[in-house]
Every structure is written in C-alpha cells, then in structure tokens.
Design a protein around this ligand. Structure first.
Ligand SMILES: O=C(O)CCC(=O)C(=O)O
Length: 309
C-alpha cells in the first residue's frame, strides 16, 4: 500500500483550462483530481502562514533567528508537549489549535475569488464553502504519523461531489510531506476502510491496480483539488525541524446535500468563540443564509470491512 516519493508521476497542471469549464470538468472526471500552479497570489497565502506561525511562536515552538515566515521548529520545546495534550491529526497542542481556529485570515482564504471560480466552473452552480476548515500544522512530534491513504467521503459524507482543496501555506516540496493522490481512484466508488493511525484514523484498502500515484513539489499559491472519492495520502516528512502548514477546505454545490458536521468548527470551540476577535462579519454564519439540504450521517462507512479486490 505504501509508495515511495519517486514512484509517483508528476501532477498535470490544469491552469490553462481555467476559463473553460467543460474542459476542466472533462479532466476532473478522467483523472479524479486537478492541480493548479500559482492559483492563489502568494501574498494572500503568506498572510495566513504568518498568522499561524505567530501562534507557534507564542507557544515557544519556533526556532530563534528566522523571519516571521520561517517554519523552523524548536523541536525540544515541541516534543515536551505530552501526547495527551496534542491534536494528533494536526501536529500541535489542542489549545494552540484553538488559537489557529480563531484566525480570521485562515477562514477568509478559502473564499478567495480564484478558488470560487474553479468550483463554480466544476459544479455549474453557486458554491457552498464548508466552514469547517482544517489547518494542518504537521510537525515531527513523536505522536505524529503521515496521513494514511483514504477517501474523504466516509469522513465528510453529504454529496460525493464534495471537493477538497489542499492548500499548502508556503512552498511544500515532496520532502516536506506534501499530499499525493491516486489518479482515477474516484472510479472505484466507496472503498471499505480499516482503522489506521494518522489524520482521519482510517485507511482505504487499495487493490493492486489502484497504485497510480501522482505527486509534485508545491510552490506557494499552488492548489490541489479532488472529489471526496479520490484516494490521497501525505508523503512522509523528511525534515526533523520543520513544520508543514496547509489547509484542507471542502466545496460543494449549494444545490446538493450536506452533512451537519461539515457546518461545525473543526475543534471544541463554538463559532461565537471563534468569531470573538474578527473585524469582518460577512464571513460569519454565511451558510445560514443559504437554502441547504441536509443529509444524515452514516456511521457504517467508518466501520472496518474487508474489501475483496
Ligand atoms: O494534509 C494532510 O496530511 C491530510 C490532508 C487530507 O487528508 C485532506 O485534505 O483531505
């Protein structure tokens, strides 16, 4: 099931197809992912990186002697955090993650017009941006394990036509633990899972023919996106003193069903607690203004079941 970095083919850059929704959809249906070089302006991404790193700094986990964008870690300080206090799906402590979830900039970036343009083209309708953003802050803390191969569908549910945008908050070469996708794995439909360590806690049981991995070195502004049946995983980070910052953001058509948890914060805070210090109200509770259709949660999708290949 595991692959090495060098086994993967490079991502195909779909940037030239922006402005041609039909061609974009055809490629998405064929490969089960789209990769866009330089989709987002670097300055907009760096604002979020700086804000997240300021949180890391406040907890004493950033190495001294770097500017506000440097991802070097004080690994001894971080490793002193007991596992019980860590978000093992994120990479920092539970309280530090709360501070990151309070960041207005982190919640604003997913609404960037360049992202909305992509999803309007894919869905042919208005877009629901799930407010439940995940801010991965992957560190070499001993409790951390690279994200196993999985589909997002059993974890998100709602419509299978929900798309994830994986947005690295800075350059993210393969060696820093970038995301990789299994091309055309969306064609397999829902894949039965087993429990696995790492973010999400499940792994898709891949058959031998499902090993067509694509990967790449991300530069700031690049975005990888895929529907919720596409299998993806994180490459192992080769650095012992660097943090990998990225966002997982979900998008779907407003005309399709959404599961209730997708509208909740990705932590124990309430939205009111998250919004306490925000300047702008227009991105608060915006989904309340949309006529959403809800779908029920199906716990059986997360229960281990043997797959026959
Ligand atoms: O960044 C990671 O390690 C996991 C990301 C992921 O699984 C996702 O975006 O759905």
């Amino acid at each position: 099931m595991q692959i090495m970095n060098h086994d993967a083919a490079p991502f195909l850059d779909a940037s030239k197809l922006l402005g041609d929704p039909a061609a974009l959809r055809t490629l998405a249906v064929r490969d089960g992912y789209l990769f866009f070089r330089g989709l987002l302006p670097a300055a907009d991404v760096l604002r979020v990186r700086r804000d997240e790193l300021a949180v890391v700094e406040r907890y004493g986990w950033r190495a001294a002697g770097q500017d506000s964008l440097g991802g070097g870690l004080n690994i001894d300080a971080l490793n002193a955090v007991p596992e019980a206090q860590m978000r093992t799906d994120i990479g920092v402590s539970i309280v530090a993650y709360h501070d990151v979830q309070r960041l207005e900039s982190m919640h604003r970036l997913p609404h960037h017009p360049r992202l909305l343009e992509v999803y309007r083209a894919l869905f042919g309708s208005e877009v629901l941006v799930h407010p439940r953003h995940i801010a991965r802050m992957i560190t070499p803390h001993p409790c951390m394990v690279p994200t196993p191969p999985h589909q997002d569908f059993p974890l998100i549910q709602g419509t299978a036509n929900t798309w994830t945008a994986w947005i690295p908050l800075g350059d993210c070469p393969r060696e820093l633990g970038a995301l990789t996708v299994c091309r055309r794995s969306h064609e397999s439909g829902y894949i039965p899972v087993v429990h696995a360590p790492g973010a999400g806690g499940i792994a898709a049981q891949l058959c031998p023919q499902e090993q067509d991995w694509v990967a790449g070195d991300f530069a700031i502004g690049d975005v990888l996106t895929f529907p919720s049946l596409t299998v993806h995983r994180a490459l192992p980070c080769q650095f012992r003193d660097q943090i990998r910052l990225s966002l997982d953001v979900r998008y779907q058509s407003v005309d399709e069903a959404v599961e209730a948890k997708s509208l909740l914060p990705h932590c124990a805070l309430t939205w009111a607690e998250i919004y306490t210090r925000w300047h702008n109200v227009e991105l608060q509770y915006y989904w309340h203004r949309l006529p959403l259709q809800m779908s029920p949660w199906d716990e059986t999708l997360l229960q281990p079941k043997r797959r026959i290949c």
